[in-house]
Every structure is written in C-alpha cells, then in structure tokens.
Design a protein around this ligand. Sequence first.
Ligand code: SF4
Length: 458
Amino acid sequence: MGIWGADEAAALAALGLHALQHRGQEAAGIVSHSVEGFRQHKGLGLVGDVFNDPRVIASLPGRSAIGHNRYATTGATLLRNVQPLFAEFEFGGLAVAHNGNLTNAETLRKVLVRRGCIFQSTTDSEVFVHLIAISLYETVMDRLIDAVKQVKGAYSLVALTSDMMIGLRDPLGVRPLILGRLPHSGAWVLASETCALDIMGAEFVRDVEPGEIVVIDDAGVRSIKPFSPVSPRFCVFEYIYFARPDSVLEGHPVYTARQKIGVELARESAVDADVIVPVPDSGVPAAMGFAMESGIPFEMGIIRNHYVGRTFIEPTDHIRHLGVRMKHSANRVVLEGKRVVLVDDSIVRGTTSRKIVDMVRAAGATEVHMRISSPPTRHPCFYGIDTPEESKLLAATHDLASMAEVIGVDSLAFISFDGLYRALGHEGRDAMAAGYCDACFTGDYPIELVDKEGRLVA
Ligand code: SF4
C-alpha cells in the first residue's frame, strides 16, 4: 500500500491496510516521510491492533507513506521481519514493502553475507535492500533496477524515498499491484487490490503492468520498463481464493470470476441434491454460481464466526486444527434431512474439509457432496501463497476416490482446467496462453525455483 501527495498519508495507508487485511494478518507496518524525515511504526497483529491509537498515526506525519500487511511465507513471525523494511543509504532513506516470494533469496543472501552485508531480518525481502546498497550505480532508480534484475521470483514492490514513491511488478506479474488516484487531492495510491482504493474513495487508474516500474513524484507518474517483455503469468489462485471478492484484478471482477467458476462446476459435476451450501467466506460466490446453474436453492448452511481471536490465525498445524470449530458452525435448520452440496475453494490437507463434512452430517444431512472451485492442489506454491510441502497435500498423495473417502463425502469433484479458464474468459486455452500461473495445480512453475529448501530446480 502506498500514498503520495496527500495530507495524512499514513492515515490513508492504514485505511488501505484495513481493506487488504485478508492478504496478511500477522503483522502490519507503515513508514511515512515528511520534512522531519522518515518515521515508522510496526507491530505484530492485525492492523486494528497495531494502529489502535490516534497518537500512533499522529507520529507518522507527511504527505507520503507506504504500508504492509505481513503474511509469513518466509521468515518467522518476529518484529524485525515486519515490513516496510527501512534503511539509510548513501543517497538517503528508502523504505520497501514486498508482496510475493523470491525463489533465489537464499542463494543471494549467502553471496551478500560473504560480501559483508549484515542482515537484520530473516525475510527474503531484505535481499532487495542489500542489493540496492551494494550496487555500483549512482541513482536510486538504477540501483533498484540493478537489484531487481538479480532476483528471481514473484514480487510486487512499493518503495518510498524522500522525493518519490515507486511501484513495480516482476516480469511475469505473478502478484497484483494497481495504481489509483484520490479525486480531490490528486494524490496517487498504489495497492495490491482495488478494494483498498474503494475504502478511501480513490479511483482506479490502471494495473501496474508486469515488469513495469512506476515512478511517482510531484511531477506525476512515469513508467520504466527495464525487462524484455515476456508472457505474463498472473496467479490464478488470486481469483479462486486469495483476493477479496469486491476487487477487480487485471480487468476481471473477482466476484464474477468466482461465480462463473461455480457455473462451470455445476455444468461439469451436476448432482441431485436439495441445497447448495458454501463453505464461507471464499466459497460463497462459487456456490451462488453453482446454485444459479443447477437451479438448486442456495442456503447458508454453515455460519462463519468472524470474531475468532488472534490466536487462531497462527499458521501452525495445531492451531489450524483447533481453529476449525471456532471458525465454522453448522446451521441445522438448513441441513437436517437434506442432500447437501458443499462448495469450497480448495482442499489443501483435507483436515478442515473432513471436520466441516462431519459437522454437516452431525447436523442431519443425509448426503454430502463436495464441489471444489479449483483443480486439485498437488504442488506447493513458491511465489507467495502459504501452501504446505507436497507430502502434506491431500491431492498429491491420494486419487479422487480416496480423497472422497478421507474427507467423508458421498461424491467429490473439482473444476477442470478447461472449466476454470472458460470461467476466466479463455475458451480452450491453456494457462500459459491465457497468461496465468497455475503451478500449485499443474507443477508447471513459470519461474525457476533456485533455492527453495536447498533444492536446485531448473
Ligand atoms: S503456484 Fe498457485 S498460488 Fe502460487 S502463484 Fe502460482 S497459481 Fe498462485
């Protein structure tokens, strides 16, 4: 999240972070700049906890600010890993916020440490800071370009210096980044998703393009394209699960995309049933699409508790296990005596699905059919979505029939690749031609995995 040219830039950045909280709930931070220099505030927890006191925002003066919500895919949940990262360089201060995962960060880190760089955090993102610091180029921009040409992986970055704000996406554009503008002040906004613009009344200007650097200063916005163009590979899982449904990504409203996937799923895997029930929240639009296409009534047969405490967002197996019952409960009045189609976005380990199915049966469902709005998740993501290693992915170790048995359903079906891409408007086209990454479903990794878990994969 970034703001350039607005009074109370830090307050606007905090608003944006609230809207983007679904992208990371472990920590939040903001760095602002004013005539007094750079100021920062970071903390572990939700945006509302970290920025819970008006004095905190007041301590972040200036007309420019960048912010970050952390979702740990590399590095532990420690205060020193919270972004934006800030460092003083030869040319002045620079703050950086990174969304995505680098796939050669460990390799680069070893080289950098050997050259004398002292790392403050355990995140992959810090390699940007050191690559910029040791670059032999003179200007900030040349140093940044020098740095991004050495990293591999998925990255959308927002950076702030005393006289400019920078937004950039990796050449394949795996993670989103959009440019917006506040109508009255003319201030510029960078954010991961359009929902962050809506919360502050900003207008959508355009997506930052894959491989593009946008430089925002008091003269306006200019674009630099330092990479040779390649076919983009936007994360298809953003549409299925990760992004907020009211966001528009790469020209596609996420809500509509999810509904259309539900329609395709109903066409492909129809079943005689009495009620279509989403696993809330992310399964809701796909379940609506399924219900519209099948003509079977849509009902909220599972109720989600939105007030689950912070303990339950820790990404550990133990807490995830406990969290299921805290998060969802069965709505007996909808389920009792019914043949139920449960619609969910994905099956990862299968443990959550099993508990939900058990809960639905315990509430009196006579049949439970599961329909999934993604293809089977058979491979981990190395580009910024927290998926477990292959051996823990149910679809990597089980065929369809044994998956159905493990999660305890009468039938199970996933959307096909054709159905998924048809829903996204790409009739009969494969992921590469359609411009998506779908590696967690296919194993076709579009960016080389240089150092993940010590493996060298070309
Ligand atoms: S591997 Fe899956 S989750 Fe990761 S970027 Fe590709 S599509 Fe998205």
